[in-house]
Ligand binder design. Structure first.
Ligand SMILES: Cc1ncc(COP(=O)(O)O)c(C=O)c1O
Length: 434
């Protein structure tokens, strides 16, 4: 049991033993990690200069948004706002997201997948997938640089056993061999393996190159064909924020239909890619193949998801679904989104420039990044948590410590003209701690 959970349990036992006795097994194991949310809350109090902690995007001290979402909120019909939405989401929204997926992932054409099912954003979608596929002791394979919330969703809530591999290889590329070896190893111990892949990645900001993606997809197909049941969860939270020489389609498009033993699951959210964090609109899409009838498999899975949604939250909020649908129907959507992505691209390029000059190399070096909201630096001397606290308390700069050597920087929240200064301060902070 996590020590934070034990701490809470001890407190309850001391204060109100009866309440402790009432808790379920999951209730006893539950805790709030001292992760991004806690670090970011500290930063919102103290990071008066730069707050590069949270996975949102900021411009001119205000959240970035898209006019075609914001402008429409007052214009909707009461029936599109106040009534219950269907359990699996508004049908027109599901169709519109499907169209968007096909437009942005041409390789999906001709493949069998279900209409995206609406969730209360990505975290909820991931928890639905965990409920349906993850049992006590099941292996959940993911790169060692992963979004920490997978731990609560798959490990704490469902008892999955997280098995990681080094994210990058010696050539500073994605460690496809490590991934395949870990899936194979786990597959020998248990015939089912859940794999979570997230590109653009949180925290590193890395997306696979087309060659890495092809190698990964071929390798996974081979493992699945050899008899390992692979649940391949593709977390596309930051889809579309591609700045470099990386794959511009989802890995889901390559995995879909590749083996009868591989179930590909695409997790989407308007959250990050449509700059609508508080709306809580996400999607789950399954792709399966069989020599029988895929459509029946997909329909059965959709019903299982519906049952899970019904039993946990009944249905997802209707006004946000209406707002996102209206944005997707607005011809300005892609152009407006592109404007924001271009701002993020300029910041990413500025980060690359600042980090490539050798100026900071005795204290930190970046991990590869080419996409998303974040980058991660590897600290060569300083302890990451000590540095984070030092930067916050002495310079008013908020960052996220993801482990003892890595610091995540959300360039999505720092204006381009401040980026060099931000790295200068991080460098100075490292020097102070020497
Ligand atoms: C990789 C990844 N997946 C999922 C999420 C959760 O997104 P949502 O806010 O839609 O639940 C995040 C949020 O930070 C994330 O970084």
């Amino acid at each position: 049991m996590n020590s934070l959970a034990t701490e809470l349990n001890n407190m309850l036992q001391e204060q109100t033993p009866a309440v402790y006795q009432m808790l379920s097994k999951l209730g006893r194991e539950m805790y709030m990690p001292k992760g991004i949310i806690t670090q970011s809350a500290e930063a919102s109090e103290k990071a008066h200069k730069f707050n590069a902690t949270i996975g949102m995007a900021v411009k001119d001290k205000s959240p970035m948004f898209i006019d075609c979402i914001y402008g429409n909120l007052k214009m909707f019909m009461p029936s599109d706002v106040f009534t219950y939405a269907p359990t699996t989401g508004k049908m027109d929204l599901r169709k519109a997201w499907n169209e968007k997926m096909l437009k942005e992932n041409p390789s999906l054409k001709g493949k069998q997948f279900c209409l995206p099912i609406v969730t209360h954003a990505l975290t909820h979608g991931l928890s639905v997938v965990a409920d349906l596929f993850c049992d006590d002791g099941d292996y959940v394979v993911t790169p060692d640089k992963f979004w920490g919330n997978y731990r609560l969703t798959f490990n704490v809530r469902r008892g999955g056993s997280i098995a990681t591999f080094a994210t990058f290889n010696n050539e500073n590329g994605f460690n496809v061999d490590g991934l395949l070896a870990t899936v194979e190893e786990c597959g020998k111990l248990k015939s089912k393996v859940i794999l979570i892949l997230n590109f653009p990645n949180n925290p590193t900001g890395y997306t696979l190159t087309p060659a890495e993606a092809a190698k990964l997809a071929q390798g996974l197909k081979k493992l699945a064909d050899s008899g390992i049941n692979v649940v391949a969860v593709v977390d596309d939270a930051y889809f579309g924020m591609f700045y470099g020489d990386c794959m511009k389609e989802s890995l889901f498009a390559l995995l879909a239909g590749s083996s009868p033993n591989l179930l590909a699951i695409k997790m989407d959210g308007a959250t990050k890619e449509a700059f609508a964090w508080g709306f809580r609109v996400g999607f789950i899409t399954f792709a399966a193949t069989t020599d029988k009838d895929e459509s029946q498999t997909l329909a059965a899975l959709e019903k299982k998801v519906a049952g899970n949604i019904r039993g946990v939250i009944s249905n997802c909020a209707h006004p946000s679904q209406t707002a996102i649908l209206s944005a997707l129907r607005n011809p300005a959507f892609y152009e407006q989104r592109k404007e924001n992505v271009e701002i993020l691209r300029a910041r990413a390029m500025k980060c690359k420039q600042a980090l490539s000059g050798g100026k900071y190399d005795d204290q930190f070096t970046p991990y590869p990044f080419n996409s998303g909201y974040f980058l991660c630096i590897k600290l060569l001397k300083a302890d990451s948590e000590k540095l984070r606290m030092h930067l916050l308390n002495n310079y008013g700069v908020g960052t996220i410590s993801t482990n003892s050597s890595d610091l995540r920087i959300a360039f999505s929240c720092v204006e381009v003209e401040h980026i060099e200064e931000l790295f200068d301060i991080v460098y100075k902070g490292c020097k102070d701690l020497e």
